[in-house]
Design a protein around this ligand. Structure first.
Ligand code: ZN
Length: 135
């Protein structure tokens, strides 16, 4: 894992949170917004220096974000790490005993292949692996 790619925050109202985080970072708005069809969520992205913050809202009641918020409320949801070779990293983590939430990489937001590691195998932290999709 090369670095933190982004930090994901679960929100109930993306437009409101866009305004809030715009005020926090003193910017006009997110630099990117995107729906992720495979996850039934919509996302927006902010930068703070070299760091990236992803806000995520569920599009229905039956997706990971909405379920998370029902259980635990809005807030920190996941930490994403940049990896060079997601399949290799998935195999390595599996060998180490981590529980992967998907067996194959999925298409995530912001042109990434992603895989999530179950928080119960990682001290309660949901970890996302991200590999930039080669052009
Ligand atoms: Zn993410």
């Amino acid at each position: 894992m090369r670095k933190i790619e982004h930090i994901g925050i679960a929100v109930t109202d993306l437009e409101k949170s866009n305004a809030l985080f715009s005020a926090l970072f003193n910017v006009d708005g997110p630099y990117k917004q995107e729906e992720v069809e495979s996850e039934f969520v919509k996302t927006s992205f902010f930068r703070s220096g070299n760091n990236k913050i992803e806000l995520v809202q569920g599009l229905n009641d039956d997706n990971a974000i909405s379920k998370f918020i029902t259980k635990r409320g809005e807030g920190l949801h996941h930490i994403a790490f940049d990896v060079a070779d997601i399949k290799k990293e998935m195999a390595r983590l599996k060998d180490e005993g981590f529980i992967l939430l998907n067996e194959e990489p999925k298409i995530g937001a912001d042109n990434k292949l992603v895989c999530f590691v179950h928080p119960k195998s990682a001290n309660g932290v949901l970890i996302e692996l991200c590999q930039e999709i080669p052009a």
